[in-house]
Design a binder for this molecule. Structure first.
Ligand code: BGC
Ligand code: BGC
Length: 750
C-alpha cells in the first residue's frame, strides 16, 4: 500500500513539475521564446539588451570601500526606464557580503520589472575567476595556472561547480571565466589566469570547467553561464605586456590558439568575451573575419559575444581604426559584437539606436545579437527565477567545499627540486621561516581576490592560514623562528635573518610576487627581484639546508637562487587553503603530485615552450628551461614499464591502443600524472618535437601497480599542411610516456 502511495505521489509531483512555469524551457523552446519576445521589442529595448553597465554607475558614493554598497534607486529607475539595460556587472570596488549581493540584485530586478515594458530580467555578470572571489566568505580556489598542475580533470570540474554554486547563491548567473588563451609568454601578467602553455591541457581543463559551471551535478539552479575568454590571441602579446599586439600566423592560430575555444563551443559554452587588443594588425573587436566568419559561422557558436571593458569606444580613442565614436560602434557591431561592456556611460546605446535609425546598421544584425542574449537569459533560467534564491545559501562556503579546496591546493603543489631528499622534514625540527610571501594571505591568491588587484591584505579572512601560520600549527610556535628578511623588492633585515638561522635546523624561504591583475602587473624583467635572490644566497652560506617556496603567478627567473636552494616547492597561487597545503607538503602530511603546466625558464629571454620546433634546439640553440613542462617530484618512486602499442602500423581507421604499467616502488602512497606525447618524426611542414596528447592522474598505494590505457586516433596526428588545410601524412611517429618510447607507422587507407 505504502508503495502505491509513493508512486501516486511521485506521479503527482512529476506532473506538477512538468506543468510548472518555474522550469527553464527546453532547448527547442528557447529559440521560439526568444523570437516571440523579439517580435514585441522596440529598437530601444533591443539596444538596451546589448548594453552592459558597471555597478558603480547605479550605486551611491560611499566613504569606505568596505561599507556595504547601496543602490541609488532613483538613478537605477531612470536608467532602466530610459535605456532598458540588459546587463550589469563588476563588484563595485571590493567583494560584497552575500546579503549585500542579494539586495543589489533584487533592486536591479525590481527596477527592471517596474520600469520596463516586457519584464526581461537583467543578467548580472561577475569575474569569479578562482571561486566566487567577489563574495565575502566564499571558497577561494587555486588560480587556473595552479589547477593545471594537478592534471586532475575531476578537481577542475568540482572547483567549477562550487564556484558556480556560490556565484549563483550570490544571485549572479554569469561568470566571466575560463581564460582559454594559453600562457606561452611568461611575462604576460595574466599568465596565472591560464591553464599553462599546452593546447591539449587547456582544451581538456577548459571543457571540464565549462561543463562544471553550466551543467553542475548539483543541479541547474546551481549552474551559471560560463564565458570563454579572451577570443582570440590575447594571451600572446609579442612584448609580454598586457593589452599589446599579438602576431600569430594562421597556422599557429589554428593549431595552437584556437582548439581550446573549439572544444568549449562543442561543450556548449554560452558566452565569449573578446581580446582587448589586436592580432596581426587588426583590433579583434573590429574583426569581422574572426567574430562572424570564424566564431559564429565556422565554429557555429550560437551564444553571445560580449566586448571587454570599454573596448568598442577604444577602437576610436586608442586603436584609431575608427575616426569617430559612431564608426567604432558600427565597426564592432557589424564585426559581430552582441553586447558592449561600455561600461560607465550610455554612449553605446545612443549611438547604436541612431545608426539603426539612419540605416547604417541593419536591424537584422541587432535581432541576431538580441536573440543570442535572450537565449542565454532563457537557458540560465533567469525568466523563471530572476531573484536571488535564499535556498541556495546552503551550498555557500560549506565545509565540504573547503575540504575540496584543500585537496585542490595540495594537488597543485609542485616539488621542483629535492636534493638528497631533504624533504619531507621531520616535525621535530626547528625551522627559520623568512621571505616576503611567508606571512601574507594575498600572496597565496593573487589578482581577482576580494579586490581586482587582490592586494588588500586587510580584507582577507583572518582565520585562514599563511604559510608561516600553517607551519607554526604543524610543529608548534616554539619550533619556528620568523624573520622577514626582505620585502618583494626592498631589503629589510637580511643580515639579522642570517644570524637567526644558527638556531634552526632548516631554512624555509618564501619568495614570489606581490599580487597584481591585468596591466598593472606588467614587468620589464622576468628575473625575481634582487633582494629575494640575495636572501637565498646569503642564507645558503650558513650551510643549513635551504627550502625555497615560490608563490607567483608566472615563472620568475631564479638565477643563482635555484642552485642555492636545496629544495624548491612551486606553490603558484594556491588559493586560501594554500598555506596549509604547503605546510602539509613540507612536513610530509601530503605527498606532492603536481607537475608543471609550463616550461620554467632559466633565463629572462630564454623561454621556449616544450612543443618547440627542431630548429629551436639545434647547434647553438637549445631548449634549456630550468625545469621542463611536466616536471614534478614525489616522495615515492613510480616505475614505468611495458609501454605497448596495439599495432606497429596504424591505418587511421579506428584507434591505436596504448598501455603502460606504473608501479609505486616506494613506501608511501602517491598520485602521479601519466602523460602521453606524440612525435611526428618527419613532416612536410616542420613539426613540434613532441606534443601532449593524453594524460590521466592516478593514485597508487605502496607496492601497487596499475595498467594505464589510452587510445590515439587519426585526429591526434593532423596538422596544417603547406596548402593551409588540415592534413595527416604517412610516416613514422613516436609515442612517449615518461621516457619510454615506441614507434608506429601511420599508413592512411584511401
Ligand atoms: C578584463 C576581463 C574582465 C572584465 C570585467 C576586463 O578588464 O580584461 O577579463 O572580465 O574586465 O571585469
Ligand atoms: C574592474 C576590472 C576592470 C578594470 C579596468 C576594475 O575596477 O574590476 O574588471 O578590468 O577596472 O580598469
Amino acid at each position: 500500500m505504502k508503495y502505491f502511495l509513493r508512486i501516486f505521489v511521485s506521479i503527482l509531483v512529476l506532473s506538477f513539475i512538468a506543468g510548472c512555469d518555474n522550469m527553464p524551457p527546453g532547448k527547442d523552446n528557447i529559440d521560439e521564446k526568444a523570437d516571440q519576445l523579439l517580435e514585441q521589442m522596440t529598437l530601444e529595448e533591443k539596444v538596451g539588451q546589448m548594453t552592459q553597465i558597471t555597478l558603480l554607475e547605479i550605486t551611491k558614493e560611499r566613504e569606505n570601500d568596505s561599507d556595504p554598497l547601496v543602490i541609488d534607486e532613483k538613478k537605477l529607475e531612470e536608467v532602466m526606464a530610459k535605456y532598458h539595460i540588459g546587463s550589469f556587472f563588476d563588484n563595485g570596488g571590493a567583494a560584497n557580503s552575500i546579503e549585500n549581493w542579494h539586495e543589489i540584485i533584487t533592486k536591479i530586478q525590481d527596477a527592471s520589472k517596474n520600469n520596463t515594458r516586457l519584464n526581461i530580467p537583467v543578467m548580472y555578470g561577475i569575474d569569479a575567476i578562482h571561486g566566487a572571489n567577489y563574495t565575502l566568505g566564499a571558497t577561494i580556489f587555486p588560480q587556473s595556472i595552479a589547477l593545471a598542475a594537478t592534471r586532475n580533470r575531476d578537481l577542475v570540474r568540482k572547483g567549477a561547480e562550487i564556484t558556480a554554486a556560490e556565484t549563483r547563491a550570490s544571485g549572479i548567473p554569469w561568470n566571466f571565466n575560463p581564460v582559454l588563451g594559453m600562457g606561452r609568454n611568461p611575462y604576460w601578467p595574466r599568465f596565472f589566469e591560464t591553464f599553462g602553455e599546452d593546447v591539449y591541457l587547456t582544451s581538456e581543463l577548459g571543457r571540464e570547467y565549462i561543463e562544471g559551471s553550466q551543467n553542475s551535478s548539483l543541479g541547474k539552479e546551481y549552474s551559471v553561464a560560463a564565458c570563454m575568454k579572451h577570443f582570440l590571441g590575447y594571451s600572446f602579446p609579442l612584448n609580454g605586456k598586457d593589452r599589446t599586439p599579438a602576431l600569430i600566423p594562421d597556422r599557429t592560430l589554428r593549431e595552437i590558439f584556437l582548439p581550446p575555444y573549439e572544444e568549449a563551443v562543442k561543450a556548449g559554452v554560452m558566452t565569449v568575451m573578446l581580446n582587448s587588443s589586436e592580432i596581426n594588425g587588426i583590433p579583434v573587436h573590429s574583426d569581422y573575419n574572426i567574430l562572424t566568419v570564424l566564431l559564429k559561422k565556422k565554429m557555429d557558436f550560437r551564444g553571445l559575444v560580449v566586448s571587454d571593458w570599454q573596448d568598442i569606444i577604444r577602437l576610436h580613442t586608442r586603436d584609431r581604426v575608427a575616426d569617430t565614436p559612431e564608426e567604432a560602434v558600427r565597426m564592432a557591431v557589424m564585426a559581430g559584437v552582441d553586447m558592449s561592456m561600455v561600461p560607465n556611460n550610455y554612449s553605446f546605446f545612443e549611438i547604436l539606436v541612431k545608426l539603426v535609425n539612419d540605416g547604417v546598421v541593419p536591424v537584422e544584425r541587432i535581432n541576431d545579437a538580441v536573440r543570442r542574449i535572450l537565449r542565454v537569459k532563457l537557458e540560465t533560467g533567469l525568466f523563471e527565477n530572476p531573484y536571488p534564491d535564499k535556498d541556495l545559501l546552503k551550498m555557500f562556503a560549506t565545509e565540504e567545499s573547503e575540504q575540496i579546496n584543500l585537496e585542490a591546493a595540495r594537488e597543485t603543489i609542485t616539488l621542483l627540486k629535492n636534493r638528497d631528499e631533504i624533504l619531507p622534514l621531520n616535525k621535530k625540527n626547528k625551522v627559520l621561516v623568512t621571505g616576503p610571501t611567508a606571512d601574507k594571505l594575498m600572496v597565496l591568491n593573487g589578482g581577482w581576490t576580494i579586490t581586482w588587484q587582490g592586494n588588500r591584505e586587510d580584507l582577507y579572512p583572518a582565520e585562514k592560514k599563511t604559510v608561516l601560520e600553517a607551519i607554526q600549527d604543524k610543529i608548534g610556535k616554539s619550533n619556528v623562528i620568523f624573520s622577514k628578511g626582505t620585502d618583494f623588492n626592498k631589503e629589510i633585515n637580511i643580515s639579522s635573518t642570517v644570524r637567526k638561522a644558527s638556531g634552526a635546523d632548516y631554512i624555509i624561504v618564501c619568495l614570489g610576487e606581490s599580487p597584481y591583475c591585468e596591466t598593472p602587473g606588467n614587468i620589464n624583467d622576468l628575473t625575481l627581484e634582487a633582494p629575494q635572490i640575495k636572501l637565498v644566497n646569503e642564507l645558503k652560506k650558513t650551510g643549513k639546508p635551504v627550502i625555497t617556496v615560490l608563490l607567483e603567478g608566472r615563472p620568475r627567473v631564479l638565477k643563482s637562487a635555484a642552485e642555492n636552494s636545496d629544495a624548491i616547492i612551486m606553490g603558484y597561487l594556491p588559493g586560501l587553503e594554500g598555506g596549509r597545503a604547503i605546510a602539509d607538503v613540507i612536513f610530509g602530511d601530503y605527498n606532492p603530485s603536481g607537475i608543471l603546466p609550463f616550461s620554467y625558464p632559466k633565463h629572462p629571454a630564454g623561454f621556449t615552450c616544450y612543443d618547440y620546433k627542431p630548429i629551436e634546439s639545434y647547434e647553438q640553440n637549445q631548449y634549456e628551461p630550468l625545469f621542463p613542462l611536466g616536471h614534478g617530484l614525489s616522495y615515492t618512486e613510480f616505475e614505468y614499464s611495458g609501454l605497448t602499442l596495439s599495432d606497429t602500423v596504424f591505418t587511421g581507421k579506428g584507434l591505436l591502443s596504448v598501455s603502460v604499467n606504473v608501479k609505486n616502488r616506494g613506501i608511501r602512497e602517491g598520485k602521479t600524472a601519466v602523460e602521453l606525447y606524440i612525435t611526428d618524426i618527419y613532416g612536410s611542414v616542420s613539426r613540434p618535437v613532441k606534443q601532449l596528447k593524453r594524460f590521466e592522474k592516478i593514485s597508487l598505494k605502496s607496492g601497487e601497480e596499475k595498467e594505464v590505457k589510452f587510445t590515439v586516433n587519426k585526429e591526434d596526428l593532423k596538422f596544417i599542411g603547406r596548402k593551409s588545410s588540415w592534413i595527416t601524412e604517412p610516416g613514422e611517429f613516436i609515442i612517449e610516456i615518461k621516457g619510454l618510447k615506441k614507434k608506429f607507422t601511420f599508413k592512411s587507407e584511401k
